[in-house]
Design a protein around this ligand. Structure first.
Ligand SMILES: Cc1cc2nc3c(=O)[nH]c(=O)nc-3n(C[C@H](O)[C@H](O)[C@H](O)COP(=O)(O)OP(=O)(O)OC[C@H]3O[C@@H](n4cnc5c(N)ncnc54)[C@H](O)[C@@H]3O)c2cc1C
Length: 482
């Protein structure tokens, strides 16, 4: 990947000096070099441009594997290594102010991932002013900068299909609305089942998609072999194709959203952790960032995996827990398959990026509740074994990098969208396991609800208190639930 000093200089002059953000904006250190020596060169360039010492910038996280392990070699380790047993929770923080400074916002959004930014953009589009977004970390540091980028319109339940088909339609027109190319690539999305159980889920997906007017096709073996030539297609009992599904590279989507928010006057603050939420009686009235209080007419929690702990700052409960998921990129190769793929029984998903890397991941049984972003050898080995079993010709490709991110897993893995039932003016956009696919609909329909008070029928089933009311949604066609 060719990154020039001029490119770094331009970004620094535009205000970006965080090395993780520079990595995401330029791809610096994401090639076969694994950051050696690119990140030293990056620090030297930063030092030359800013006059600060090279050491003061640090470097992005080094990722295993350091050497050129192939998929086949990693698959051989699957029997030898076990998933990590990790467990940690985030303690709610309360910092009573000592010297109070007060600012104001009409809407204050906690979390600047794709949900927070999309909502801010949709609110601004509807004419809301004084929107402020606060994020504890760096831009794209949450799941929105660490995902598989797959977008699909339909599932096995009408509720999920209603929401996500709306979202997929919005993805198609989003570049025009933002004025920035989000690089949405409608290359198709195949969902596949290898057992009677997962084949029955595929049949159900076809039925529900047709009822909801979503274009879908059941693929026979021959067609499957044509669309996915690398796949051992004899394994498939059933496969369905969403021609309109595809992928959206998160770096492009997040860049477009950030720029569109800024040009509409949304105030975005990264490295700004919300440490408290003020209650006035039964309503949420403001935020605390250390000793700064932001009075707000309305507060939105869009804090991804941290949403339950952020909710405790307002003294309310949000069901669910953080769930760690890992993904992996293989070295670039010639185009070997076009559509995105999800294999239900294996909880496996993948696609080939426009620069030729095969990016994907799978879920591995074990305790995935840790909030670390380090990646694990057992997960890598199990993912590699799935690849070798289903696409044997990938076995000789080298593994470029592996990473981890966190989602907020709700009881039924569906999003939690709407007003919190126990606190007025506290809105929630959380519980997203498919938060890239669902972001345009989440932002659109929540903005409509906040501005007009009207809860659209496509988000009503995903109400925050559905677990309490015994209204969980049974959805079998998601790859996290198997
Ligand atoms: C490996 C992996 C693969 C995935 N693949 C896909 C896929 O293919 N398709 C798909 O649709 N989805 C996928 N997902 C899920 C998707 O990435 C998430 O659902 C989505 O990014 C959630 O967006 P978000 O804005 O809600 O959360 P995040 O992007 O996590 O943003 C939440 C933000 O809140 C901030 N925050 C937390 N606490 C505070 C605080 N106290 N104050 C201020 N800010 C705070 C965090 O810093 C963070 O930036 C994947 C996820 C992972 C990890």
């Amino acid at each position: 990947m060719d990154v020039t000093v001029a490119e770094i200089r331009r970004l620094v002059e535009a205000g970006t000096t965080h090395v993780e953000e520079l990595k995401r904006l330029t791809g610096c250190g994401m090639g076969p070099c694994q950051g050696f020596p690119c990140w030293d060169l990056l620090a030297a360039a930063l030092s030359a441009v800013t006059g600060r010492t090279a050491d003061s910038f640090g470097h992005p996280s080094y990722r295993a594997p350091r050497g050129a392990l192939t998929v086949g070699q990693a698959a051989g380790l699957a029997e030898l290594v076990q998933p990590e047993k990790a467990c940690s929770t985030v303690a709610a923080q309360q910092h009573p102010a000592t010297k109070i400074r007060t600012q104001k916002a009409a809407v204050a959004i906690i979390g600047g991932g794709i949900q927070g930014l999309m909502l801010a953009f949709c609110l601004a589009e509807r004419g809301v002013r004084d929107i402020r977004v606060f994020d504890a970390g760096y831009w794209q540091g949450g799941a929105s900068g660490r995902n598989g980028t797959l977008v699909r319109p339909a599932f096995s339940s009408p509720e999920w299909t209603g929401l996500f088909s709306h979202s997929q339609r919005l993805w198609r027109g989003l570049s025009r609305r933002l004025g920035h190319n989000v690089m949405y690539s409608q290359r198709g999305y195949v969902t596949m089942g290898e057992s009677d159980r997962t084949a029955a889920i595929c049949d159900q997906v076809v039925r529900v998609s047709r009822e909801c007017g979503v274009p879908i096709r059941a693929l026979g073996r021959e067609e499957l072999a044509e669309r996915l030539p690398t796949l051992d297609h004899n394994r498939a009992k059933a496969a369905v194709m969403f021609e309109e599904g595809g992928v959206v590279p998160h770096h492009a989507a997040m860049k477009g959203l950030r720029a569109a928010c800024q040009s509409r006057g949304v105030d975005l603050s990264y490295q700004s952790r919300v440490t408290g939420i003020d209650r006035q009686g039964d309503r949420a009235a403001g935020l605390w960032l250390g000793d700064v209080r932001i009075a707000a007419d309305c507060i939105v929690i869009a804090a991804g995996a941290h949403s339950p702990s952020v909710a405790t700052l307002a003294g309310v409960e949000l069901e669910g827990y953080p769930w760690r998921i890992e993904a992996c990129a293989l070295e670039p190769t010639r185009p070997v398959f076009d559509p995105a793929v999800a294999m239900l029984g294996r909880t496996l998903y993948m696609h080939q990026t426009s620069r030729g890397e095969i990016v994907g991941g799978c879920e591995v049984a074990g305790d995935s509740s840790g909030l670390t972003v380090t990646s694990d050898l057992p997960v890598l080995a199990h993912y590699a074994r799935h690849l070798v079993e289903t696409m044997p010709c990938l076995a000789d490709l080298r593994i470029l990098r592996q990473w981890a991110g966190h989602i907020h897993a709700s009881e039924d893995f569906g999003p939690l969208l709407g007003l919190h039932p126990d606190c007025r003016d506290l809105w929630i956009s959380a519980g997203w396991s498919y938060g890239i696919a669902g972001a345009p609909a989440g932002g659109d329909l929540l903005a409509k609800a906040i501005v007009s008070g009207e809860i659209d029928s496509r988000i009503a089933p995903f109400a925050v208190d559905r677990k309490r009311r015994g209204k969980l949604i049974a959805e079998g066609a998601i790859v996290v639930s198997h």
